[in-house]
Structure formats: C-alpha cells, structure tokens
Design a protein around this ligand. Structure first.
Ligand code: HEC
Ligand code: HEC
Ligand code: HEC
Ligand code: HEC
Ligand code: HEC
Length: 179
C-alpha cells in the first residue's frame, strides 16, 4: 500500500503553482482575443511612396480634420488594377476595390466610452507625437481585445494624455476628458 503521509508541503506548492499559471498565463490569454488585419498593409512602403499621412486618413468629404481609417476609394486611387505580384494586393483589388466594399480595418486604439477624445482638438500636433513611428512600420502588431470590456490593450493611457497636457499647459480637469 502507498504511504499514509497525506498533505505535506508539495500539494500546497503545486496548488500555488497551478493558480499562478492560471492567473498569470492562462487567464490573460483567454481574456484577450487576438485579431489581425483583413489585408496586410505596410505603412513603411506607402510612406516611401506618398510621404503624407492625410492622403489616407483625412476626412476629405466632410472637409474637417477628423481622422479615420482609410476608405476603399483611397486605395483605388492607385490600386484599381494590381501593381505588384503580391497576393495581398490581388485580394485587395478582387475582394474590395472591384466590389466597392469597405475593408473592415481594425483599430487597436479605441478609447473607453467614458473618455472624450477628438483629433480636431489636437490638429496642431504632429501625428507622431501620439502615433509613434508609424512611417517605419511594415506591419502593425495584432490587436488584443478584452472579451469582457471590448477594449483593446494598446489604447493611450490616462497618464500619457495627462503628461502631455501638463507639458503643454492644457487643462487636466477631469471633465476635459470625461464628459
Ligand atoms: C496609403 C494609405 C496610408 C497612409 C499614407 C497612412 N496610413 Fe495609417 N493606416 C492605413 C491603413 C490601411 C490602416 C489599417 C491597416 C493597418 O493598420 O495595418 C492604417 C491604420 C493606421 C492607424 C490605426 C492603428 C491602430 O491599430 O489603431 C494609425 C494610428 C495610423 N494608420 C496612422 C498613420 C500615420 C501617423 C501616418 C503617416 C505617418 C499614416 N497612418 C499613413 C493606411 C495609410
Ligand atoms: C499613391 C498611390 C498608392 C495608394 C493611395 C495606395 N497604394 Fe498600395 N502601393 C502603392 C505602390 C506604388 C505599391 C507597390 C510598391 C512596390 O513596387 O513594391 C503598393 C503596394 C501595395 C501592396 C502590395 C505590397 C505589400 O505590402 O504586400 C498592398 C497590399 C497595398 N499596396 C495596399 C494598399 C492599401 C490597402 C491602400 C489603401 C489604404 C493602398 N495600398 C493605397 C501605391 C499606393
Ligand atoms: C494627441 C494625440 C493624437 C494625435 C496628435 C493624433 N492622434 Fe490619432 N488617435 C489618437 C487616439 C487617442 C486615438 C483613439 C481614438 C478613439 O478611441 O476614438 C487615435 C486614433 C487614430 C486612428 C484610428 C481611427 C479609427 O477610426 O479607429 C487613426 C487612423 C489615427 N488616429 C490617425 C492619426 C493621424 C493620421 C494623425 C495626424 C494627422 C493623428 N492620428 C494624430 C491620438 C492622436
Ligand atoms: C502630445 C500631447 C497630447 C496628448 C498625448 C494628448 N493631448 Fe489632448 N490636448 C493637447 C493640447 C496641446 C491641447 C490644446 C489644443 C488647443 O487648445 O488648441 C489638447 C486639448 C484636448 C482637449 C480639448 C480641451 C478643450 O478644452 O477644448 C481634449 C478633450 C483632449 N485634449 C483630450 C485628450 C485625451 C483624452 C488624450 C489621451 C487619450 C489626450 N488629449 C492626449 C495635447 C495632447
Ligand atoms: C487628459 C485626459 C484625461 C484627464 C484630464 C482625466 N482622465 Fe481619467 N482617463 C483618461 C483616459 C484616456 C482613460 C482610459 C485609460 C485606459 O484606456 O486605460 C481614463 C480612465 C479613467 C478611469 C478608469 C480607470 C483607469 O485608470 O483606467 C478613471 C476612474 C478616471 N479616468 C478618473 C479620472 C479623474 C478622477 C480625473 C480627474 C482628476 C481624470 N480621470 C482626468 C483620460 C483622462
């Protein structure tokens, strides 16, 4: 028969180890869904060609400085027919441009609903002050969406907003950002 010695320190340690694995490794993985872009897009390649963020991101229809994800029309300007042998580009032309369908781009920077953010208020700043190094990105990292809240991991955090407001002598009163 096996030993009568039950308990001891081992089961306790194993229990803690299991809790740590679940809490630190498994739970965060289960909590976030990983989403990738429907079409691989290189900012680096296009900035070398275009050199101007607003060709794709400005809301020209409304003639306002409202920054938004590109529309298929922005791509059709140059990609009405394929320019390269890339399968991604062929798919862009076939599935979206020829069908005049919007690409469901995913934004990894979505502020929580209780935060008020407007690009218009920040129109005098450079894009890169908040979107670091976009012109050198070949592919953006995947987006992690929290299953419980629907928010992404990579939003700008409150202290990042406040640090710049303090530096720029802009109000950090709560109601400025939380309406
Ligand atoms: C030729 C069109 C084009 C140009 C020019 C362009 N972008 Fe983009 N941008 C896109 C597309 C397409 C996406 C969505 C796909 C992706 O993120 O890979 C995007 C996504 C973004 C996002 C959202 C990222 C996120 O995950 O929330 C930011 C921010 C952005 N661009 C900033 C910039 C900045 C800053 C510049 C200039 C340095 C720029 N873009 C130039 C097409 C463009
Ligand atoms: C001003 C012209 C222009 C616009 C606007 C433009 N592109 Fe491009 N794109 C190019 C050129 C030029 C190339 C080919 C570069 C080369 O020779 O490799 C290219 C290549 C590509 C490729 C294939 C290369 C790769 O990275 O796999 C994809 C995919 C692509 N573009 C997607 C887009 C999307 C999506 C949009 C709209 C958001 C867009 N492009 C808007 C000029 C443009
Ligand atoms: C003061 C900081 C700041 C500046 C400057 C700024 N952005 Fe943003 N941008 C943000 C924040 C914060 C978000 C997330 C907004 C949200 O959740 O509504 C965002 C979101 C975006 C998105 C995703 C939009 C979408 O529909 O989901 C794009 C594209 C973008 N910015 C492009 C730009 C471009 C291009 C410039 C320069 C012309 C620029 N931004 C300047 C902070 C900034
Ligand atoms: C890189 C610097 C910088 C960052 C980062 C920044 N801001 Fe600002 N913000 C400013 C400046 C400068 C102004 C004032 C612009 C003006 O008065 O023309 C401003 C103004 C505003 C205003 C308008 C205030 C008013 O009274 O009209 C709001 C709202 C705001 N910011 C929200 C945010 C939020 C939310 C974030 C973070 C998600 C953020 N800002 C990040 C620099 C920044
Ligand atoms: C300059 C903009 C700005 C100002 C000013 C500001 N907040 Fe926030 N706040 C944010 C942003 C952005 C988030 C969301 C951060 C994230 O996504 O994690 C946030 C989130 C929060 C949260 C949710 C918990 C958290 O930390 O994410 C609380 C609570 C909060 N703010 C309270 C306040 C209070 C109280 C004040 C005034 C003392 C204040 N905020 C002023 C931008 C601001």
């Amino acid at each position: 028969m096996s030993s009568k010695k039950k308990g001891g320190i081992m089961p306790f340690l194993l229990g803690i180890a299991a809790a740590l694995v679940v809490g630190w490794i498994i739970f965060p993985k289960v909590l976030y869904v990983q989403e990738t872009q429907p079409v691989r897009f290189s900012h680096k390649l296009h900035m070398e060609q275009i050199g101007e963020c607003n060709l794709c991101h400005s809301n020209r229809e409304e003639r306002a400085y409202a920054t938004r994800m590109p529309s298929t029309k922005d791509c059709a300007l140059c990609h009405y027919t394929a320019l390269t042998g890339s399968s991604e580009e062929k798919e862009l032309v076939r599935e979206y441009i020829k069908k005049d369908k919007q690409v469901p781009w995913k934004a990894s920077q979505k502020q929580p609903d209780n935060v008020y953010f407007s690009h218009l208020a920040h129109k005098d700043l450079e894009c890169r002050q908040c979107h670091f190094d976009m012109e050198n990105r070949d592919n953006l990292p995947p987006k992690y969406v929290n299953r419980l809240t629907g928010y992404t991991k990579t939003t700008m955090k409150m202290h990042e907003c406040e640090r710049c407001h303090a530096r720029e002598n802009t109000s950090n009163a709560c109601y400025v950002c939380h309406k």
